[in-house]
Write a protein that binds this ligand. Structure first.
Ligand code: ME8
Length: 484
């Protein structure tokens, strides 16, 4: 059986979930569900990044110990993902004891083979981003990525021989590690410059994993965090690790691709392990045309959205409105338009009309498949496998519109009993397949359609016109029209 291992970044717990973190998680969930539907064995990992100075400072600001602080925030992530119907297989926390022990083992492996050495670090550090910034990258003493002031730090530190792996990393990126290609090109041009060894410990930071060769240091938060992708599989234990590693895709925002496509593969190479198969870089959401930020007060709360519209329309909107790798704009107006225009007008109406008539008519088990190929399934599949999720949804919509048109053109309410029965057979089978194909995006809507058709949950192997073995019974509307 083939396997699929998909991950989200592990999120910093200094903030509650927002539309950005929800987005990555929804994309990962859609892919996980799609691969389960294909009958693959899926491992879907998410979790929280809990160490480092940023979290430490956030805890102090609340008058809590770091541990109390993170323990209080993590449930917000768990419940946010529940409200968005996220079907992760494991939720990892970097403060988990077994994660910490495994990080230490990894460090010792690199220490023993000479890829970590002692030196002195002096440089600029961005506290909120937890990143070192080189002089050339700094903009007037400010962080090039977030614009906030940098601090100068100078301390004894241990370094990972990142430079040693430069050529192999370049090779890997050239072979297609990073999606999309523009992002790969960006990394490759950055890699033409110097690639310095990476400072992987901090003496001044106490809230972190102890660095085993020198316990007066803690492990740099990114080094600790990236390792979650293998510690979650139980590494160095082999069972799950052998089964699922390498990851099929790490889904990450465009700002953290460097860590995943340069540093992480180098770490793995140093330990003699395979790099991930793909790093998918996703674009960012602006809110009503502006950058989302706390200071602008325009942070969108995904939990509130799910409460207001229910999970499925929010999930649908996120993956429909923009291509994964591009930036896009979020607005409730656009969300309502998608719901009214696509889900309500095309899908909800079709279900209502077909099921109502089928319930009255009966005897719809077989017929001539007139709607064969109404969705280009091969195309849909390949779009999904290439992360072109928005276009894959377009294929489904085209199919739904074809069924609508077919149903109207056939005028079933005015036709002979045989023709009526045949039309209904086609429409019911089409709806059964539509329900299967939309289930990765809108699992509850799919459940409701199955219920009204009176069929069990389908999978990809059930695609194709067969005998209709359902028992249609009209239920609630799939969607109601929202006021503008
Ligand atoms: O980076 N639109 O954690 P984080 C879309 N702990 N995505 C957005 C966004 C927006 N407006 N704003 C943020 C970390 N994001 C590390 C990861 S993994 C080993 C460690 C995305 O909580 C952003 O690109 O800052 C990133 O992928 C995630 O949300 C934020 O993660």
């Amino acid at each position: 059986m083939s396997k699929f291992y998909v991950t989200t970044p592990i999120y910093y717990v200094n903030d509650k979930p927002h539309i950005g973190t929800a987005y990555t998680t929804v994309v990962a969930d859609v892919l996980a569900r799609w691969h389960r539907l294909k009958g693959e064995e899926v491992f879907f990992l998410t979790g929280t990044d809990e160490h480092g100075i940023k979290i430490y400072k956030a805890a102090m600001a609340k008058g809590k110990t770091p541990k109390e602080f993170v323990d209080a925030v993590v449930p917000e992530f768990v419940s946010a993902w529940k409200s968005l119907d996220i079907s992760y297989d494991k939720f990892i926390r970097t403060s988990d004891k077994d994660h910490e022990e495994r990080v230490k083992k990894f460090i010792m492996k690199l220490w023993d083979n000479g890829d970590i050495y002692k030196g002195v670090y002096t440089g600029l550090y961005c506290v909120p981003d937890e990143t070192f910034v080189s002089e050339s990258e700094a903009k007037d003493g400010k962080c090039p990525s977030c614009g906030r002031p940098l601090e100068t730090v100078s301390e004894e530190a241990y370094f990972f021989r990142l430079s040693k792996y430069k050529d192999r990393v370049i090779e890997l990126i050239k072979k297609g590690l990073v999606i999309p290609q523009e992002k790969a090109n960006e990394l490759l041009s950055r890699l033409q410059g110097d690639l310095k060894d990476l400072d992987v410990t901090r003496k001044s930071v106490k809230w972190g994993v102890e660095f085993p060769p020198d316990p007066s240091h803690t492990v740099y938060v990114w080094f600790d965090a990236l390792l979650n992708y293998i510690t979650a599989l139980g590494w160095p234990e082999q069972d799950k690790f052998n089964k699922f590693w390498p990851a099929d895709v790490h889904i990450v925002g465009k700002d953290i691709v460097w860590f995943h496509a340069v540093i992480w593969p180098a770490m793995l190479m140093a330990a003699g392990m395979e790099p991930p198969k793909a790093v998918l870089s996703h674009g960012w959401w602006t809110i009503d045309g502006r950058k989302m930020s706390k200071s602008l007060g325009n942070v969108v709360d995904p939990v509130e959205l799910a409460k207001k519209y229910s999970a499925d329309p929010v999930r649908y909107f996120m993956v429909r409105e923009k291509t994964v790798w591009d930036d896009g704009n979020f607005s409730e107006k656009a969300l309502k338009e998608r719901i009214n225009g696509e889900l309500m007008a095309d899908l909800s109406n079709l279900v209502a009309r077909v099921v109502t008539l089928a319930e009255k008519t009966g005897n719809l088990r077989s017929g001539e498949a007139e709607l064969e190929g109404f969705i280009d399934f091969g195309r849909f599949s390949s779009l999904m496998d290439n992360y072109n999720i928005s276009s894959a949804l377009e294929e489904i919509l085209i199919g739904i519109r074809k069924v609508n048109k077919y149903f109207n053109d056939k005028k079933p309410w005015a036709s002979t009993p045989e023709s009526l029965s045949n039309t209904l057979y086609n429409a019911l089978e089409a709806l059964r397949m539509i329900s299967i194909l939309i289930s990765p995006f809108m699992p509850s809507v799919s459940d409701e359609i199955d219920k009204q058709l009176g069929v069990g949950h389908g999978a990809i192997k059930d695609i194709g016109f067969k005998e209709f073995v359902g028992n249609p019974k009209r239920g609630k509307n799939i969607f109601d029209k929202l006021s503008e």
